[in-house]
Design a protein around this ligand. Structure first.
Ligand SMILES: [Cu+2]
Length: 92
């Protein structure tokens, strides 16, 4: 399906149906409190990507407060038409 043109109307009310959530597991390898990102050595995320080490943005920097390098975590990744960010993360 063709992507609709970006108009004020669809920017104000994004199409929620494009947002998908994925559960993941991984190990924290880096934390960036300034920009609000966490690098994870993550397991396969079924339907999205194989296991790899990569950096993710988080929806709220406060989620990183209780994490440290080496922590095993469960997380929820939001994929909004290819734009990914972690919306939940907690120590396992
Ligand atoms: Cu990945």
């Amino acid at each position: 399906m063709a992507k609709p043109a970006a108009t004020a109307a669809n920017i104000a009310a994004p199409d929620k149906s494009k947002i998908k959530l994925f559960d993941g597991k991984g190990i924290v390898t880096k934390i960036n409190l300034e920009i609000g990102s966490v690098e994870l050595d993550h397991d396969e995320i079924k339907g999205l990507m194989p296991n790899m080490i990569m950096e993710f943005s988080v929806s709220d920097k406060k989620m990183l407060d209780n994490l440290k390098i080496g922590d095993a975590v469960d997380f929820v990744l939001e994929d909004d038409a290819g734009a990914e960010r972690i919306v939940k993360i907690k120590k396992r």
